[in-house]
Write a protein that binds this ligand. Sequence first.
Ligand code: SF4
Ligand code: SF4
Length: 140
Amino acid sequence: MKKIKANLTFPPSKVTFPLMTLLVREYSLEVNILNADVRLNKTGKLVVELLGDEKNIDDALEFIEGQGIKCHIFNGTLSIQEEKCIHCGACTTVCPSHALQIEQPDFYLTFNKEKCLVCGLCIKACPLRILHLDHRESEE
Ligand code: SF4
Ligand code: SF4
């Protein structure tokens, strides 16, 4: 089994294309939509997690590209120098997926890696610059 996280960019002509249904039905993938910005007649963006057989994922990525939908795979991960964190919450205000949160009762920063979209928005928001993305990203 393989799991990937990818950013899909749909041209306006493809925003109503039932891609997720096809990925499930034709490629037996589990699809988890992490973030969506889709409007009629506009370029659409989806961040998805795909889980399935390695060959099925490779075939699905080829199919996606063949439909004119751009696919950017995230292989990077966010790391935090936790010992330096002052739990100010600045990073949580820009995190679109709520992967970073300040939680009660301690008001300490928590990071949910599964929710992270690897967008990098939090990096500049941190006054101490203790958030980093590795650069193992690739285009498919
Ligand atoms: S990279 Fe940072 S801002 Fe983006 S989703 Fe992950 S934790 Fe949130
Ligand atoms: S912005 Fe930086 S110092 Fe503040 S909570 Fe986030 S990681 Fe910690």
